[in-house]
Write a protein that binds this ligand. Structure first.
Ligand SMILES: [Ca+2]
Ligand SMILES: [Ca+2]
Length: 214
């Protein structure tokens, strides 16, 4: 009877050990949708505001009402001409950005409204959403392929034209919303995995010693 119980205990320990090793190998993916409505705006002074949602941070952020993706109380991010906002994770981890909704608001005079999205650390990894490709004053959802990046910059483009003696009235702005993001979490660092292995083997050895003594 004691021998049988010892065998069960050994197998249970082996199962725990295997689970621990699998946990180290299989980290969990966390998906997030940034809606710019359910998060918080932080006034950091000097006219700078940060936006926080789902562990992500936009700095500097201009959060506005419609036109955004949805009617009613929906909010979204807006960039006036040549403004920039930078997206990072609060915990500094890498992340993926795979989809976004955007809207090129106004600028019918010269059709130069544009939104550029690029990897802050590798600016050649970039997409330019312009009025030449996307009708302005209409919402568009585009698939993106920013994978395993640490920082993404959103920049409003467009020319600054003079309409006679004054600047054009139709300055326009670019808006975006419903950013689909994901990041990986739950990774067990190798030293911790090693400790788990050592303690697991030690426990197994203890069980074997106990079985031999009974
Ligand atoms: Ca969210
Ligand atoms: Ca929204």
């Amino acid at each position: 009877m004691m021998k049988f119980e010892g065998k069960i205990a050994g197998w249970a320990l082996a199962a725990v050990l295997a689970t621990g090793l699998l946990g180290a190998a299989n980290a969990a993916t966390v998906n997030s949708v940034i809606d710019f409505t359910s998060g918080t705006i932080e006034n950091v002074g000097g006219g700078v505001k940060n936006y926080h949602e789902d562990g992500y941070l936009f700095s500097d952020a201009r959060i506005v009402g419609g036109p955004c993706e949805f009617t009613g109380a929906d909010k979204c991010a807006a960039l006036n001409k040549h403004e920039v906002t930078v997206l990072t994770r609060e915990d500094g981890l890498a992340f993926d950005l795979t989809s976004i909704w955007f809207y090129l608001n106004g600028k019918a005079e010269d059709m130069s409204n544009a939104l550029a999205i690029y990897d802050t650390n590798n600016t050649s990894n970039r997409i330019d959403l312009t009025q030449a490709g996307y009708t302005h004053n209409v919402g568009h959802t585009v698939a993106l392929n920013f994978l395993n990046v640490f920082s993404i910059t959103f920049a409003s483009g467009g020319d600054i034209l003079n309409c006679g003696k004054k600047q054009c009235n139709d300055q326009g702005n670019a808006r975006f919303d419903t950013a689909e993001l994901s990041h990986t979490t739950g990774e067990v660092p190798l030293p911790a995995g090693g400790l788990l292995l050592v303690s697991g083997l030690g426990a197994l050895a203890a069980v074997r010693r106990k079985r031999k003594s009974t």
